[in-house]
Design a protein around this ligand. Sequence first.
Ligand code: BG6
Length: 482
Amino acid sequence: MIETSCSALLLFGATGDLSRRMLLPSLYALHEDELISPDLRIVGTARSEHNDDEFREFARNALAEFLPEDRKDEAKLASFLDRLEYQTLDASNVDGFGDLAKKLGDTSCGLSIFLSTAPFLFEPTIEGLKRAGLAHTNVRIGLEKPLGNDLASSTRINDAVAAAFAEEQIFRIDHYLGKETVQNLMALRFANMMFEPLWNAGGIDHVQITVSETVGLEGRKGFYDDTGAMRDMVQNHMLQLLALTAMEPPANLDATSIRDEKVKVLRALRPAKAEEMVRGQYRTGAVKGTSVTGYQEDLGEASDTETFVAIKAHVDNWRWTGVPFYLRTGKRLSERRSEIVVEFKQVPHNVFSERGGRLRANRLVIRLQPEEYVRLQVMAKEPGLDRGGIVLREVNLDLSLTTAFAKARRRIAYERLLLDLIEGEQTLFVRRDEVEAQWKWVDAIRKVWADTGMEAKPYAAGSWGPNAGIALTERDGRSWND
Ligand code: BG6
């Protein structure tokens, strides 16, 4: 265990958007709650020229904009800003890392690095760190996506990182794993007796995972157009949600046990067929009453990049044989929503049918955001004397996490992930074999797109995606939870 008392956190991309919106507010929250050692220095680095004071000013502005009001405390803010330092660095030039090392001083008792950078700078950055003596055994490195854009490039990056750091020092970030409700999925499954006996092909008809967004390109034109929904969302966040939903119970919560179970699921994913996938791209439409332009207008040029994808996935193992996992994600959809829906099988025999009672299968809805709840839809009899027949209706057994834990502060994912990185806790980070299994499955899908010339189907902004996405479930006699 590395002592944090004389250690430092080094933030690459310190003046970027992620830093402004997420990293600095998260670090401030950890500081305010006294969860990080008072001696931990936070050193920001980026290409832009700043001195310490200018970076502190940048951070002050970011916090003014992105901290919730009840977090703002002038005294704490001043002591937080005191921790911050800055070193200009052109990461494409290994020579600059000497000055960075000088600024950091003695890091022998612990250095945590948060690296978020353009893919082409990964390798020079790792090389620069190594040459400047910033890759010793007391260094941990957190890697923010994108870590490559296919298996080959991801392998290259992973090899470059592995040449400087051992796997125990590498923390691959998938910010979905830092979300409270995602961790609650494990609590739901493994801290309760009632779900697990049914959590298999015997009890479950299918699973749906939706991550829908109302936002469009958000000023990330170049990146998004080169990436698309499949690589931006499915390759990482959605497959991690799938793995946590489908994995076997781990023996305990340690990083190896959990990641061993997840990787088995990811390796059991069956290569998808052309008829099991849909690509889409938004056109002009209206999102929540506001008209918005289409993707290609937003981009300013013609493009076939997908902003929506729906896939029928299969996990080929004993537990999940015959149980499809429908995945869908997209930009400019009807609402912002991340959820996992588990639909159970119908009861084997409907004893109410002769009296007119119709049954619907139970559904467990795990809503990750924007609300946080777990809702079990169960059948109940409508009150009455039933002379005209029995009316059965679906009612919700509701567990609102926001209400049940009203006093607990909701923390953003990066608060937990940064703290885990500083403390060296790897459970919520993605291991190399997981990332590679994810890419393998995604690359095979993209190959089908290329081989069949599959085009992105248009959908109106503000809808639930192209009709073909809806048909993906409907033709199996199932429906999305809209
Ligand atoms: C990021 C994607 O990883 O996740 C973005 O690059 C997406 O395109 C974001 O908007 C969604 O994250 P969240 O936490 O808002 O659901």
